[in-house]
Design a protein around this ligand. Structure first.
Ligand code: GLU
Length: 595
C-alpha cells in the first residue's frame, strides 16, 4: 500500500546531502565521477572509495539520480551504458532502450481521421509508455562489469529516497512547468504537488514508495520489474492510467508478456578515428554514436578542403564549421538511422563518407536548409547527394548523463532518461517512480512523404534516440568520456564537448562550459545567449544562417583521463543549476610524484 511522499521539513530523519559543495571541475586520483547532482556524485565516490569499480559507481549513481532528479530518469525509463574494460581493453555498450509493446504497428499514433495524433495528448498517456529498460540495464551492467551486487549498489539511493533530500530551485521550477500535467494523475500530484501546489524550494522530499521499489530491486533484481510486482503495477498503470476526476487519457497496450520478454542488449559500439584518437559511441537504436562521429569526421574533411586547421579558426568560423557539420550529420541520421535492419552504420562513420559529404561545405556561405542526405554506399568520389531532404522532428531537452572512471582505468559513461521532464507524468501507484513517454520518440507518421522513414513505430521496436554517451581512447587507454541530456541537441552538445578538447585544445571544464551551438538541419541554427547576442551570431547571420537564441543547450558531464592516476572530472558550472564533479583523492600531486 502506498505511504505517499512527504515535503515536511520538520518530520522524520534529517535529509541527505544538503551540505555537499557543487564543484564543476575536480582533478585528482583514485577515480573520478561527474553527474548533475552532488548527492549522486558523492554516492559514486563512496562506491569507488570502498573498492567498487566504474560500473558499480555508475549503477549506484544512476539509482540516486532516480531519487533526486526523478523527472529526468529512473526505474520507469531506459538508457544507454558505454563501458571500457581496462583488463580486456574493449569498449562495449548496453542498449537499455524502452521497447514498444508487441501489438504496435506503424499507424498506432495515427487517428481515425488519418492524421498524426496530437503529440501532447500522447505524451501524457499510457500509449507513450515503453517497456522500461533501466532495471535490466543495471542488472546486466552489475553482472557483466561490476564487482558489487545490486543489493549493495542500490542501498544508498534507497536511503536517500527514505530520508529525503532538499528540493532546489531548478527542481521547483521543473515542477511548476509540469504542474498541469502532474495534476492529471493523483499519484503524481501526491508526491510533487503536495497540498495542490508545486513542491517548494527548500522543502524536504521523501519518497518511501520509491524506497520500496529499490528494496524490491535489491532483493529480486530486474525480475522485480519483468516478472514481479513492479512490472505488474507498471502494466496496470500504462493500460489503465489512474486519472483525476474528469480527466481521461489514451490507454496503453503493454502486457506482462512484453515485460517478460524485455532484454537489455549488449552491443558493439560505433567506432571512428579522430585526430589519432578512437571515438566509441552508442549504436542503433541511438543515432548518437553515428552522428557524433560524422560531425567529427566532417571537421577533418573541411580542413582538407579549405587547407585551414580548426585550431586556427576564429570563434565565428568555428561556429559556422560546426553548424554545417552538424546539419549534414542530421540529414543522414534522419534518413538512415533507426531500429531497423541494414542501417549503414559503418559507412556513415567512415572518413570516406564524410569527405564526400564535405563537398557541400562553403567556408563563406551557409548551406541551404534542409541539407540533402548523402549516399553511404561505400564508393566515395564526387559529390553524391540524393538531392532529397527529410524534415526535422520536434525537439525537447531532458534526460541525465553521468560518468565514472576508476583507479584501474575502467570507464563508464551512461545516459538515461524517461524522455520528457516527468516522462508521461504518471507515477506508478505505490511505487513512487514516473513512467517514461519514450514511445513519442517514434515518428508518428513518415516525416517526409515518399522517403523511407526508419523511425516509425513497430512491434517490439525501440524508438530512435539521440543519446550519445561517448568514450574516447588514446593508444587503447581512456582519454575522455562525454555525455549530455537534451534530446536531439545531445548530439551537438557531445560533439562540441569532444571537439572543444580534441580540436580547440581546451581543458575539458572549459569545453563543457563554453557557449553552445546546435544546428540540426532545421530552418534555424540555435545559439546560447552569449553567442546569439555577440559577434558570433552576427557573423553567422552574415553567412546566411538563420539564428535563434535559446536559453541553454545541454547539461553535460565528462572526464579527461590524463593518466591512470590523474583524472579531471567536469560537470556543468551553471546550466540547469550546475552539476557536480568529484574525485576520490583530490591530492593528486601525491600520485604524480610517485612513479
Ligand atoms: N528521448 C530522448 C532521446 O532518446 C532523450 C530525452 C531528451 O533528452 O529529450 O533522444
Amino acid at each position: 500500500m502506498s505511504r505517499g511522499a512527504t515535503a515536511v521539513p520538520e518530520a522524520g530523519p534529517p535529509p541527505v546531502g544538503h551540505d555537499l559543495p557543487k564543484m564543476p571541475v575536480m582533478r585528482g586520483g583514485g577515480g573520478a565521477v561527474a553527474s548533475v547532482d552532488p548527492i549522486v556524485s558523492q554516492i559514486g565516490i563512496d562506491i569507488l572509495d570502498s573498492g567498487g569499480n566504474a560500473a558499480d559507481a555508475a549503477i549506484g549513481m544512476a539509482a540516486a539520480v532516480g531519487v533526486v532528479e526523478p523527472y529526468t530518469s529512473g526505474l520507469g525509463g531506459g538508457g544507454f551504458f558505454v563501458h571500457y574494460d581496462a583488463t580486456s581493453g574493449e569498449v562495449e555498450t548496453i542498449d537499455g532502450r524502452e521497447t514498444a509493446p508487441g501489438s504496435f504497428h506503424d499507424k498506432v499514433f495515427v487517428g481515425a481521421d488519418g492524421a498524426a495524433m496530437d503529440f501532447d495528448t500522447v505524451v501524457n498517456s499510457g500509449l507513450s509508455v515503453g517497456v522500461p529498460g533501466t532495471p535490466a540495464t543495471w542488472e546486466m551492467a552489475a553482472d557483466r562489469y561490476g564487482t558489487k551486487s545490486l543489493n549493495t549498489l542500490l542501498k544508498p539511493a534507497e536511503m536517500v529516497a527514505r530520508k529525503g533530500f532538499v528540493v532546489d530551485q531548478p527542481f521547483h521550477e521543473a515542477t511548476v512547468d509540469n504542474a498541469d500535467r502532474f495534476a492529471k494523475f493523483p499519484d503524481t500530484a501526491k508526491i510533487y504537488l503536495p497540498g495542490g501546489e508545486p513542491i517548494k524550494t527548500g522543502a524536504i522530499l521523501r519518497n518511501p514508495d520509491l524506497a520500496t521499489s529499490y528494496r524490491l530491486m535489491r532483493t529480486h533484481g530486474a525480475d522485480a520489474m519483468q516478472r514481479g510486482d513492479l512490472g505488474k503495477a507498471v502494466v496496470k498503470t500504462a493500460r489503465n492510467p489512474r486519472t483525476a476526476p474528469g480527466v481521461s487519457v489514451p490507454r496503453g497496450q503493454m502486457t506482462m508478456a512484453d515485460m517478460r520478454s524485455y532484454k537489455a542488449l549488449v552491443k558493439e559500439p560505433t567506432h571512428s578515428e579522430h585526430r589519432g584518437l578512437d571515438v566509441y559511441g552508442m549504436p542503433t537504436p541511438s543515432s548518437g554514436g553515428i552522428a557524433v562521429s560524422e560531425i567529427l569526421n566532417l571537421l577533418e574533411s573541411y580542413e582538407e578542403r579549405t587547407g585551414k586547421q580548426t585550431e586556427d579558426l576564429s570563434e565565428g568560423e568555428w561556429a559556422h564549421w560546426f553548424a554545417e557539420a552538424s546539419a549534414t550529420a542530421f540529414a543522414d541520421r534522419n534518413r538512415y538511422v533507426g531500429d531497423v535492419p541494414g542501417v549503414p552504420a559503418k559507412e556513415l562513420v567512415s572518413q570516406g563518407f564524410a569527405d564526400e559529404r564535405s563537398c557541400l561545405f562553403d567556408a563563406g556561405k551557409a548551406m541551404t536548409r534542409p541539407v540533402p542526405f548523402g549516399s553511404p554506399d561505400g564508393s566515395y568520389e564526387d559529390c553524391q547527394t540524393s538531392g532529397e531532404t527529410t524534415q526535422v522532428g520536434a525537439q525537447d531537452q531532458h534526460t541525465t548523463s553521468l560518468t565514472a572512471v576508476d583507479k584501474d582505468g575502467n570507464a563508464v559513461t551512461y545516459t538515461l532518461t524517461i524522455e520528457q521532464y516527468g516522462g508521461s507524468g504518471m507515477v506508478v501507484p505505490g511505487y513512487g517512480f514516473l513512467l517514461n513517454n519514450e514511445l513519442t520518440d517514434f515518428n508518428f507518421t513518415p516525416v517526409t512523404q515518399g522517403v523511407p522513414d526508419p523511425n516509425l513505430p513497430g512491434p517490439g521496436k525501440r524508438p530512435r534516440s539521440s543519446m550519445a554517451p561517448t568514450i574516447v581512447l588514446k593508444d587503447g587507454n581512456p582519454w575522455m568520456t562525454a555525455g549530455s541530456p537534451g534530446g536531439a541537441t545531445i548530439i551537438t552538445t557531445v560533439a562540441q564537448l569532444v571537439a572543444g578538447v580534441t580540436d580547440r585544445g581546451m581543458p575539458i571544464g572549459d569545453s563543457l562550459a563554453a557557449p553552445r551551438i546546435s544546428s540540426r538541419n532545421g530552418s534555424s541554427t540555435e545559439l546560447e545567449p552569449s553567442l546569439a547576442d555577440g559577434t558570433v551570431g552576427e557573423y553567422l547571420e552574415s553567412l546566411g544562417h538563420t539564428t535563434r537564441k535559446v536559453d541553454r543547450l545541454g547539461n553535460a558531464t565528462g572526464i579527461r583521463v590524463h593518466d591512470r592516476r590523474d583524472h579531471e572530472a567536469a560537470a556543468e558550472p551553471t546550466r540547469a543549476g550546475g552539476g557536480s564533479a568529484m574525485v576520490v583523492d583530490p591530492d593528486w600531486w601525491r600520485y604524480l610524484s610517485k612513479p
